[in-house]
Ligand binder design. Structure first.
Ligand SMILES: Nc1nc2c(c(=O)[nH]1)N[C@H]1C(S)=C(S)[C@@H](COP(=O)(O)OP(=O)(O)OC[C@H]3O[C@@H](n4cnc5c(=O)[nH]c(N)nc54)[C@H](O)[C@@H]3O)O[C@H]1N2
Ligand SMILES: Nc1nc2c(c(=O)[nH]1)N[C@H]1C(S)=C(S)[C@@H](COP(=O)(O)OP(=O)(O)OC[C@H]3O[C@@H](n4cnc5c(=O)[nH]c(N)nc54)[C@H](O)[C@@H]3O)O[C@H]1N2
Ligand SMILES: [Mo]
Length: 710
């Protein structure tokens, strides 16, 4: 028999130890995951976390990030109370205030700006955390401002827009039923460990894989039947060349095209410009590889699905057009709305397509005021505005600093991080300049130190929240511990602000749970039933995909068909955008003589998530220093050895990092992860080199210079 001490040491949950297992989810990472977690709780403290074996998504698994949750939740720099700034912006000098004082001050200030400058002068921003988004958007609209914007101004929306242009609705790859999978910028070993597992299983079942990546990755090594390695941001040219091969060989689905596709002839004529004479020069990929890719699509691509990456393809000045060119490969081969192909989806909740309908969209839309001025970024990015109806936050710092087309006076942010914006110093300048700035965060970040009022947020373990998962799953969590210190759930603060400003919005003022009851009213499971279950439940209203049903009904595009040539764009010549998925060089107008190398930033690391985990000790030990990856031949030419301190410069300035030499990176390319306090790569990326279609920044293709320091 084990003694009590032994049981405690082994963290055994039982009556004797007083340790209990409680269920929650990990929201550190991408919302497509949010793995189920078993928290071992003793005396109100989490003493251990494990993957929840009964959770339908992760089935007991957890990645390094998830396993570090205990250190994340109990980080020393958690904000403990609401704070009021007492020193200059950025100094970090604050005094604690009560929640009442904080909320009343914010409510009064915002009402004041609305009265004096109009509601549009107030901007509501949400960072990477997505759990509260519909609540925040409704708060902004009920307040009367169009200026609701999020981190998705630089994440995944560009890919959604590409599909919306072609099909009026987003899509997902039905990978598990494909014969061929086109993993374009796809390295799940680093960004989605669950997907790495399913990829390996499909490989064992005989599914073929084409992997297209600028780096030679684990996926390229372990999974690829064919690997193509283009220069960053040249993917559009590569896709158009593959399309041209397919068309010239008669390997496209003419029957599907004649029934469901618009603009094929013009598109095919454009593709002719990408061929054996120029593709290698444009992309770095030998033409034989283009031919092999086309051959594989012909031989195995029925059905074929394609991974839509959320960032690496989008982070170029030509990103959205490149997406369109890639996605067109599914269209011309008849791989849309078919089993194993690209499946049209409707989002259930916070960008999760779970196969059942909720009133999320109505919840947000019904509060929208229609005679509002256009949101931030609408003038510069009219296609974004047309398709997304929200602010393009990449234009936020410019508008604060320049005051055009109208002044912005107040920023209310839930997790803002300047290091995630291109030209992060300009973002900081904007935060220094704006009249009134509130930030709610878990941690006292460098960015929070500029806020007039700082509010303490709690983590997913300290709140209740709704989460939907693909396959018809719904989960409503219970808090597993009390909110630490005086922290609160973001959504509660939003609803409380609505009350204190006495907005004309009874539902919002009734609180998060009431809002969810309304949003979930189309399903037959109540919020209470979901919460009592303490585990995800299958929603009875789940509807699996019905092949070709969407195409037969007709798409909501101007022609009702899949548009290779966009009639939406063609109808707006004043936008200056191309209706076809045209290609343009990603590295423009920076002097190649002075800046001879290409800089890519933000290729993910398995043990980091943006800036969130650099301060978590277990994870930091896996890569203690910010590292810049270089090809050994480039390093040799520059006299750089492994772990040397290296200076990376662009026209915006310089940073230093430790050299990490790797043959996995192509010659001429320099790669650095983002979010490091001591090596902020975003400070070197221009905020003016934005994709005119989506407004996305060029984090993955800049010119730079590299030299050994000292
Ligand atoms: N561990 C971890 N996981 C994460 C995140 C994280 O920070 N850490 N972030 C989450 C978020 S917010 C996002 S958006 C997703 C991103 O998820 P992914 O899109 O999967 O992530 P990346 O690692 O940025 O890019 C995938 C691959 O694209 C390649 N690539 C880069 N540029 C190009 C290019 O121009 N062309 C081509 N063909 N390939 C290119 C990179 O070398 C990399 O191997 O990951 C999510 N998951
Ligand atoms: N150079 C470069 N820049 C990039 C990218 C890149 O690849 N390269 N990728 C872009 C992409 S794809 C993305 S998604 C963005 C991510 O950019 P951000 O949204 O800025 O990402 P984070 O730093 O993870 O989160 C922002 C803040 O939210 C706080 N936070 C975490 N949980 C909560 C919560 O529950 N409530 C509140 N109120 N705050 C919380 C965190 O502590 C953090 O300070 O970065 C973009 N920027
Ligand atoms: Mo992202």
């Amino acid at each position: 028999m084990a003694t009590k001490e032994e049981l405690l040491k082994a963290k055994i949950p039982c009556a004797e130890t007083g340790i209990e297992i409680r269920h929650s989810l990990c929201d550190i990472c991408s919302p497509t995951s949010h793995c189920g977690v078993n928290c071992y709780v003793k005396d109100g403290v989490i003493i251990k976390v494990e993957g929840d074996e009964n959770h339908p998504l992760n089935q007991g698994l957890l990645c390094t990030k998830g396993a570090s949750n205990r250190q994340y939740v109990y980080r020393e720099d958690r904000i403990k109370t609401p704070l009021k700034r007492t020193g200059p912006r950025g100094s970090g000098q604050y005094e604690p205030i009560t929640w009442d004082e904080a909320l009343d001050t914010i409510a009064k200030k915002l009402q004041g700006y609305k009265a004096q400058y109009g509601a549009q002068s107030v901007f509501f921003f949400g960072g990477y955390t997505k759990w509260f988004r519909p609540i925040l958007q409704r708060l902004a609209y009920s307040f009367g401002t169009p200026n609701y914007g999020t981190e998705s101004s630089s994440c995944f929306t560009s890919g959604l827009m590409a599909w919306k242009v072609a099909a009026a609705t987003p899509s997902r790859p039905d990978m598990k039923n494909s014969r061929l999978f086109l993993g374009w910028a796809h390295n799940p070993y680093y960004t989605g460990y669950l997907s790495a597992r399913s990829t390996e299983n499909l490989k064992k079942k005989g599914v073929k894989f084409i992997i297209v990546d600028t780096m030679y990755t684990q996926t390229a090594e372990k999974i690829a039947d064919l690997f193509l390695q283009p220069r960053p941001g040249t993917d559009g040219a590569l896709a158009l060349a593959i399309a041209n091969e397919l068309i010239e060989n008669g390997w496209v689905d003419h029957d599907f095209i004649s029934k469901y596709v618009h603009g094929f002839e013009e598109y095919a004529a454009y593709c002719r410009g990408f061929n054996r004479t120029n593709v290698e020069a444009l992309t770095g990929v030998p033409y034989e590889k283009v031919q092999q890719a086309a051959r594989m699509i012909h031989d195995y691509g029925h059905p074929m699905s394609i991974k839509e990456s959320s960032a690496p393809l989008a982070h170029h000045i030509n990103g959205m057009q490149n997406y369109r060119a890639i996605m067109s490969l599914a269209i011309i081969t008849g791989n849309y709305d078919v089993k194993g192909g690209q499946i049209p989806v409707e989002f259930t909740y916070t960008h999760q397509a779970s196969g059942y309908h909720t009133l999320e969209h109505e919840f947000v839309k019904e509060a929208r005021v229609f005679n509002m001025p256009a949101p931030v970024g609408a003038q510069r990015f009219p296609l974004w505005n047309e398709l997304e109806h929200e602010a393009q936050a990449m234009d936020l710092s410019r508008q604060i600093l320049e005051g055009t087309p109208y002044p912005l006076k107040a920023l209310v942010c839930f997790g803002i991080n300047n290091r995630m914006f291109p030209d992060s110093k300009r973002m900081l300048k904007a935060l220094e300049t704006v009249d009134f700035y509130v930030d709610m965060d878990l941690f006292m970040t460098d960015c929070a130190k500029y806020a007039d009022i700082v509010l303490p947020a709690c983590t997913s373990f300290e709140r209740e929240e709704f989460k939907s998962y693909p396959g018809g799953w719904a989960y409503y969590t219970k808090p597993v511990i009390q909110p630490l210190y005086e922290s609160r759930p973001d959504a509660d603060v939003m609803c409380e602000l609505a009350r204190r400003m006495d907005l004309d919005d009874t539902l919002l003022k009734s609180g998060y749970r009431a809002c969810l009851e309304y949003i979930l009213s189309p399903i037959s499971l109540s919020v209470q039933t979901l919460q009592d279950a303490d585990t995800p439940l299958r929603v009875p209203e789940f509807k699996p995909h019905e092949p070709l049903a969407t195409l037969r009904r007709g798409l909501k595009t101007p022609t009702g068909k899949l548009e290779l040539k966009s009639e939406l764009i063609a109808g707006h010549p004043e936008w200056g955008l191309d209706a076809l998925p045209t290609y343009r060089e990603p590295l423009d107008n920076i002097d190649p003589a002075e800046y001879p190398m290409t800089l890519t930033s933000g290729g993910r690391l398995p043990f980091a998530l943006h800036s969130r985990l650099h301060d978590v000790p277990w994870l930091r030990t896996l890569r203690p220093k910010a590292c810049v990856e270089l090809n050994p031949e480039d390093a040799q030419a520059l006299g750089i050895l492994e772990q040397d301190t290296v200076e990376i410069s662009t026209p915006l300035g310089s940073i230093t990092a430790a050299a990490l030499l790797s043959r996995h990176i192509q010659k001429g390319l320099v790669s650095l992860y983002h979010g490091y306090r001591e090596a902020d790569i975003s400070s070197l990326i221009s905020a003016d080199r934005l994709d005119p279609y989506s407004g996305f920044p060029a984090c993955r293709s800049n010119r730079c210079r590299v030299s050994k320091k000292g």
